[in-house]
Design a protein around this ligand. Structure first.
Ligand SMILES: Cc1cc2nc3c(=O)[nH]c(=O)nc-3n(C[C@H](O)[C@H](O)[C@H](O)COP(=O)(O)O)c2cc1C
Length: 225
């Protein structure tokens, strides 16, 4: 299968034998930033973003991509609008136990609705920023807005793609997940996004040490076609 991305219409994909656009299914697994923000009146918003990742570690920076519009009024999604208003957000780690609550917070609740309260998610205060944390999440990143990056979008749709880059000013980790001084990722069972409506859960990890130069391992013969 080969497809150029300039035409991703249903008809074009069907002609290639594809039921859906495969892009998100091959950029996997994507971590989920479960983002808490406050609006200018202090109302909490919580929503999952899988166009989310770390982009640097010193200083630690993360981003999430707010794509499209809020279903209620075609305006900005709350997680974008609130950060524009207040400049702060918190990323909560989504675990296997929290998967359904995470999914429930993806509903397009009208602006000004406290989604943590609606979904029944207990909160904890943050230390350096005002948006609260998801109490049952084993790790949280407190973030301050670094920059918005406006990405290309189809001008006919009137929709936007905005990358929200944040500086991680504080990290919380539940001590029960720290083993021998390291965050035990597999014990936390983080959930990641695949394509379509599919998810993955991390239950195992393995270590590979980085090689020094020159390589000790002999390369296998390389064949090109
Ligand atoms: C697992 C998951 C990942 C999502 N990732 C994104 C994303 O990366 N960008 C985006 O704009 N919407 C994403 N969504 C949809 C938003 O969560 C949804 O539009 C939500 O209503 C936005 O809420 P807000 O207006 O409260 O910010 C995702 C939904 C789910 C369930």
């Amino acid at each position: 299968m080969f497809c150029e991305t300039k035409d991703l219409s249903r008809e074009a994909l069907k002609a290639l034998g594809l039921a859906f656009n495969p892009f998100k299914a091959v950029v996997v697994p994507r971590p989920i930033g479960w983002v808490t923000t406050l609006d200018r009146n202090g109302v909490v918003n919580l929503a999952p973003y899988s166009f989310f990742n770390a982009v640097s570690s010193d200083p630690p920076m993360v981003f999430y991509g707010a794509n499209g519009t809020h279903a209620a009024d075609d305006g900005e999604k709350d997680s974008l609008r609130n950060v524009r208003e207040t400049g702060e957000f918190v990323c909560n780690l989504v675990t296997w136990e929290l998967r359904h609550q995470m999914n429930d917070t993806a509903t397009p609740a009208p602006h000004g609705v406290d989604e943590m309260k609606e979904v029944g998610i207990a909160q904890l205060p943050s230390r350096l920023v005002k948006p609260p944390r998801v109490a049952a999440s084993p790790a949280h990143l407190e973030c301050k807005l670094h920059q918005f990056v406006e990405l290309p979008a189809d001008p006919r749709s009137g929709k936007r793609n905005v990358m929200v880059i944040g500086h991680v000013v504080a990290i919380h980790i539940d001590d029960t997940f720290i083993v021998d001084g390291r965050f035990d990722t597999a014990r936390a069972r983080p959930v990641a996004r695949l394509g379509y409506m599919d998810y993955a859960v991390v239950t195992q990890s393995f270590e590979i040490k980085r090689p020094s130069w020159p390589l000790a391992r002999k390369p296998e013969s390389v064949e090109t076609s």
